[in-house]
Design a protein around this ligand. Sequence first.
Ligand code: NAP
Length: 235
Amino acid sequence: MKMLEGKVAIVTGASGGIGRAIVKVLSEEGCAIAGFNFTPSMDSSDYTEYIVDVTDRNAVENAVKSVLERFGRIDFLVNNAGITKDNLVYRMSYEDWDSVINTNLTGAFNMIKATIRELVKNEGVIINISSVVGLEGNVGQVNYSASKAGLIGLTKSLAKEFGKKNLRVNAIAPGFIETPMTEKLSEEVKKVALEKISMRRFGKPEEVAKLVKFLIVDGTYINGQVIVIDGGMEL
Ligand code: NAP
């Protein structure tokens, strides 16, 4: 019997590099998956796709209702949707500040508000995909690092609020993972990043996905933590 047979997960940003890998690893364990994507995906063969902008509260609530109608339950929420709009503060527009905070942080809050009762009922698990940049900061990323640090505060507070109900809430802080998000960086930026990683390689989306599975399946006494997965990186 597969470990997650009969369980249901919502994964936001399921079409992206890390999201796609999370869907694959969880569905291989028999988990049914609702993927909340911003734009329709070319490849949603192993999950049910919902087109949802996580910043749109009404859209989130309606999509969560549809998930419940279709699957009857929600056990796991993986807040993975995220964007970068990097710039030095002098050049960062207010719009780029707002959209990164709204997507990465408020989007996660919207998802939590819409699913929390169901997750508590099922003694579920929430995993927020933060970043090492949320712990360490990074030049050109005040908006992104603030959003990812915000996710860590949210994770820790939520874990304290719901621990006694057996709902576990943890954050994962990846370093540099090879996905469309990092693909767009210049060769120079990638070279500098690589030199900061003691393992001298970038991470793969599957490596993050396996950590998500571990936190869901085996990490039954891990709560309110930030798990760094960065190959030994010094920012
Ligand atoms: P990615 O390939 O760009 O995927 C991001 C996903 O988020 C896409 O599916 C995107 O959908 C979705 N998304 C963006 N805005 C959304 C919105 N408003 N509503 C719903 N979905 C939305 O990036 P990734 O590297 O896999 O990143 C996944 C998560 O890991 C992000 O939170 C990122 O910050 C975090 N992370 C990544 C790295 C890394 O090195 N790659 C490191 C640390 C943390 P569309 O494609 O349709 O826009």
